[in-house]
Ligand binder design. Structure first.
Ligand SMILES: Nc1ncnc2c1ncn2[C@@H]1O[C@H](COP(=O)(O)OP(=O)(O)OP(=O)(O)O)[C@@H](O)[C@H]1O
Length: 966
């Protein structure tokens, strides 16, 4: 009995709810084996060297069942790539057997003959014997009886295996290895032990015919935790490894013979060699194989199946052998995929799809159900299958599943597996027949496709049966475990036992067997019903640790296990056949044959690649052409666009020019009226520059010759000519009669309007036109300047003297006339003022004279003046030029003694006379002006008629000048 040793490294029971560790933590059980590899840390199933843990990048992260395999060139099985060679040296695996006879010595089929010489007695009998059964698994399938050499017991009383000591040796890389050459010798067990059998050999030989030889049942005794090394004689127990015998001398005791009995001294490697090595080889050859460990909790099932880093168990050793076989068999190509599930509380979980996050529980997983297929049998779905290409990769995948598996502490095992764990390795293989292809590239494609064989290796670590559990959870788990194990036992008990007892051969086909009572039996249905080679390892512990009650309970469990093993050996009949080779989707495996599917896919992809390459080439050419065309079109468009832009610019320039010309024309028009009609012709404004020039010149030269008579005519012609402003005609008649070409006629269909001229020509023409316009504008500006100057000079001339008759335009002529008259009036007024001053002077003088006369003849004059005429003011100023005549007139007046009033009267009469004679005209308000028929002299001054008094005076004023001059 062992005492449970708590290990903190194992997670608590129940579904994992926290993040799983990065690497599996191996069970740190004390190894009693003599493993050839040194202890290493890290992965449980990873050897220390030679199978160094691969980098993460080498592992398929999440390859699903249908995922394509990695290219073999990178991590290939037969030709590992550089990366793989660095991480896993395929050469570190055992070398292939050199002797060809080894394989040939294997039985061709389980049904090829060979009488079973072993017989299992039921546990109820005191002695239980197993005879050597020729089978696929012991190398005696060919019917040859296996004889055990006498006297080959080891020193501990166990059978020594007849394999040479060097058969399991460390490789150069110090990696563990299993020799592929071992199984023949293992099978060559001495038959002499059969003599020890209490039964007759006839019945034993007959058993091989029913295929029982394809079932290997072994019992392994776990050493005591206390270090007791008395497995051979532990109380009432007797373990005879060499005899494959376990004998119990207590109550219900008896001798139990099995195919293999392993003592506490046997290590995992030896166990593997005897229970699984041959089976693994058969699986590689196309048979289905199932290995499972059965036993009470804590007896070493997991230890045997998984092992430790220092003592790898069945699973890692099987993996090593699988790849060794692949390396040894270059004539075939292989594809491996692996799945890992557990049955926990009667529910199936995919251990490879377990979420690793702490927050993600198992409950989120999709429920996996068991389905049945005529070709595949019973299988779990959906289940993740990962394609593996190296032992390390495969080990890592399984280690990942191990981490996800539920474990808990039980009474007998601190890290008890609380679920049934099933590793399934599907092996697809196909014959490689070199075809016509040559060269390394075509090496694979040149292979003629053969049929694909599909076989499955199932490695099952059952949960341990437990009588009593402390917690409710443990009890629940335990009840499920016990129920499923009980169902397994029942099924096995009924497999052939019923047939033997009741003679119902029909029971074998499963119709009446309770496979469906548990997930475990349902999943094992194929193996139990004979489709698979089967190897059962039952683990027991016969130590006497603990109390008497515990010991008794333990003994009962151990006996149950032994009975189970005996029934399994006795009842399970395997008719395993090599899997048929399937071509394409037909045959065994059907669509599951990935190798064929991949081959077809590769072919299809290749053809697609070729087609795509061709179409791509054509497409590329077309695209290139299209792109060239597009570039060409884009260039053309760009050129067109540029041309349009240029045209637009030119148009704008032209418009601007036109506007400017019009503007200038308007300016010129307003200042050129002098030149207009100077010769009686129309204005040439808006016409050719030369015409303007002519007009301006004409205007300039004729300024001084304009007669006053033609003022009204000019005004009229000006109005007429202004109507021609802005008109564009092809030609204009100048005042000189010359025909001028049109300057700017956009409506005309000239060189640019016919649309036939090239763009360049148009461009040049337009540029020439533009230059011409510029010149024209410059000329116009000059002319305008000249015209302004001329205009201002003419205006000054026109304003210089009244009556000169120079008119500027219509408005100027009118205003000039008015101005002339106004100036005349002003002049007359000035003269009149002179006359008035003269008159006033005359009066003053007259008054002075009157005063002098009065002094001389005061008495008489005074009397006469006072009586006849009122006194009037006498002029004080002497008359200027006309003074002599005035003096004469005054003296005359004096002489005549006339008064001033009389003189004024006389002047008025004189003016009246002039008016009547038509020399002057009297206005409405009494003003007077000279009549229009006056003539001007050469200087432009009006010439007064000798007989006309030229004066302007207001009514009531008189001027004596005319009379005086006359
Ligand atoms: N042959 C052996 N040599 C040395 N140690 C062993 C052997 N068999 C089992 N042990 C140790 O016993 C303990 C329990 O073993 P293991 O977990 O394999 O038992 P189990 O049958 O798988 O139990 P459970 O059914 O509860 O999972 C482990 O610590 C293991 O190392």
């Amino acid at each position: 009995m062992t005492t449970a040793i708590p290990r903190a490294s194992r997670p608590a029971n129940g579904p994992p709810t926290t993040a799983l560790p990065a690497l599996p933590v191996p069970k740190t059980r004390q190894s009693t084996g003599t493993a050839t590899l040194a202890a290493g840390s890290g992965a449980t199933t990873t050897p220390r060297s030679g199978l160094r843990a691969p980098s993460t990048s080498c592992l398929p992260s999440s390859a699903s069942a249908g995922s394509l395999p990695q290219p073999r060139s990178a991590t290939g099985i037969n030709g590992a790539g550089k990366t793989l060679r660095k991480t896993v040296s395929i050469n570190s695996f055992p070398q292939p057997p050199r002797t060809e006879g080894r394989v040939a010595s294997l039985p061709p089929s389980p049904l090829s003959g060979g009488a079973s010489t072993r017989k299992l007695k039921t546990p109820t009998t005191p002695n239980y014997h197993l005879s050597n059964t020729p089978s696929l698994l012991n190398g005696t399938g060919d019917g040859k009886l296996v004889a055990r050499a006498a006297g080959t017991r080891s020193s501990d009383g166990l059978f020594s295996v007849a394999s040479p000591p060097q058969s399991r040796s460390s490789s150069a890389q110090d990696s563990y290895s299993t020799s592929a050459t071992q199984y023949d010798e293992i099978g060559d067990l001495p038959s002499s032990t059969n003599a020890a059998s209490t039964d007759g050999s006839n019945s034993k030989r007959a058993s091989k015919l029913d295929g029982k030889g394809n079932v290997v049942v072994s019992v392994r005794v776990r050493p005591d935790a206390g270090g007791s090394d008395h497995a051979k004689t532990e109380g009432e127990w007797l373990v005879e490894g060499r005899k494959s015998l376990i004998a119990y001398r207590g109550k219900e005791g008896g001798d139990y013979y099995y195919d293999n009995v392993f003592t506490t001294h046997d290590n995992n490697s030896r166990v593997y060699d005897h229970i699984a090595k041959r089976l693994v080889r058969r699986v590689m050859e196309g048979y289905h194989g199932t290995v499972f460990a059965y036993g009470m909790t804590g007896t070493g099932k997991t230890f045997s199946m998984q092992g430790t880093a220092s003592s790898p168990g069945v699973i890692p050793l099987a993996i090593t052998d699988i790849f060794s076989y692949i390396r040894e068999t270059p004539s075939r190509e292989f594809l491996l995929r692996v799945s890992y599930l557990e049955i926990y509380n009667e529910k199936i979980h995919d251990l490879l799809s377990m979420p690793t996050g702490a927050s993600i529980g198992v409950a989120q997983q999709e429920e996996i159900k068991l389905r049945e297929d005529s070709k595949r049998g019973v299988y779990a779905s959906p289940l993740k299958e990962e394609i593996v290409q190296s032992p390390t990769q495969l080990l890592r995948v399984i280690a990942r599943g191990d981490q996800a598996r539920r474990t808990a502490s039980t009474q007998f095992n601190s890290r008890s597996s609380r679920s049934h764990a099933v590793v399934q390795i599907v092996v697809e293989s196909r014959e490689r027949v070199p075809g016509s292809g040559s060269g390394s590239e075509n090496k694979r494609s040149g292979m003629l496709p053969g049929g694909v064989r599909v076989s499955t290796l199932s490695l099952i670590d059952l949960a341990g049966s437990e009588k009593a559990a402390e917690t409710k959870e443990r009890r629940t788990e335990g009840s499920h475990i016990n129920k499923s194990l009980l169902t397994l036992g029942t099924v096995i008990a009924k497999l052939s036992g019923d047939k033997e007892k009741e003679g119902k051969p029909g029971d074998k086909d499963g119709k009446h067997l309770p496979y469906r009572d548990s997930k475990l039996t349902r999943l094992l249905q194929g193996a139990l019903s004979g489709n698979s080679l089967v190897s059962i390892l039952c683990t027991i512990q016969i130590g006497s640790a603990g109390s008497v009650a515990t010991s008794n309970s333990h003994t009962a469990e151990t006996l149950n296990t032994l009975k189970f093993a005996s029934r399994a050996k006795n009842n399970i009949v395997s008719h395993a056949k090599r899997a048929e080779e399937a071509l394409g989707s037909g045959g065994d495996g059907g669509a599951r044959v990935l190798l064929e599917r991949y081959r077809m896919e590769i072919l299809e992809l290749r053809s697609q690649l070729d087609t795509q390459a061709k179409s791509n080439t054509k497409k590329e050419e077309d695209e290139e052409k299209a792109s060239l065309l597009e570039v060409e079109k884009a260039r053309e468009k760009e050129a067109e666009y540029r041309h349009e832009e240029q045209m637009l610019e030119m148009q704008l320039a032209r418009t601007a020019l036109k506007e400017r010309i019009d503007h200038l024309n308007r300016l010129i028009l307003s200042s050129k009226s002098i030149g207009v009609n100077s010769g009686g012709s129309y204005s040439s404004l808006g016409m050719h520059p030369r015409s303007s020039l002519v007009s301006v010149r004409s205007a300039a030269t004729t300024t001084g010759t304009i007669s006053g008579r033609s003022a009204i005519e000019r005004t009229t012609s000006m109005t007429s000519s202004s109507s021609t402003i802005g008109r564009r005609t092809s030609s204009q008649r100048l005042s000189g009669g010359a025909e001028l070409p049109a300057v700017d006629d956009e409506d005309s269909a000239g060189e640019f309007g016919d649309g036939t001229a090239s763009l360049t020509a148009q461009n040049e023409a337009l540029q020439a036109d533009l230059a011409d316009k510029n010149r024209y504008i410059a000329t116009l500006e000059k002319r305008l300047l000249q015209a302004r100057r001329a205009s201002s000079s003419r205006a000054s001339v026109g304003l210089g003297g009244a009556g000169k008759g120079i008119m500027v335009g219509e408005d100027h002529s009118v205003s000039a006339v008015i101005k002339e008259k106004d100036e005349e009036i002003a002049e007359l007024r000035a003269k009149l003022e002179d006359k008035d001053r003269m008159l006033a002077a005359l009066r003053t003088a007259a008054r002075s004279r009157d005063n002098a006369d009065r002094v001389e003849s005061r008495s008489e004059v005074r009397t006469s003046l006072i009586l006849d005429h009122p006194p009037s003011p006498a002029p004080t100023m002497p008359a200027p030029s006309p003074a002599p005549s005035l003096i004469r007139q005054v003296s005359y007046l004096r002489k005549r003694t006339r008064s001033v009033d009389e003189m004024s009267k006389m002047l008025d009469e004189m003016i009246q006379d002039r008016v009547e004679s038509g020399q002057i005209v009297r206005g409405n308000r009494g003003s007077v002006r000279v009549a229009n028929d006056r003539k001007t002299d050469a200087t432009g001054e009006p010439v007064a008629r000798p007989d006309t008094l030229q004066r302007s005076t207001s009514l009531g004023e008189s001027s004596p000048v005319a009379n005086l001059e006359a």
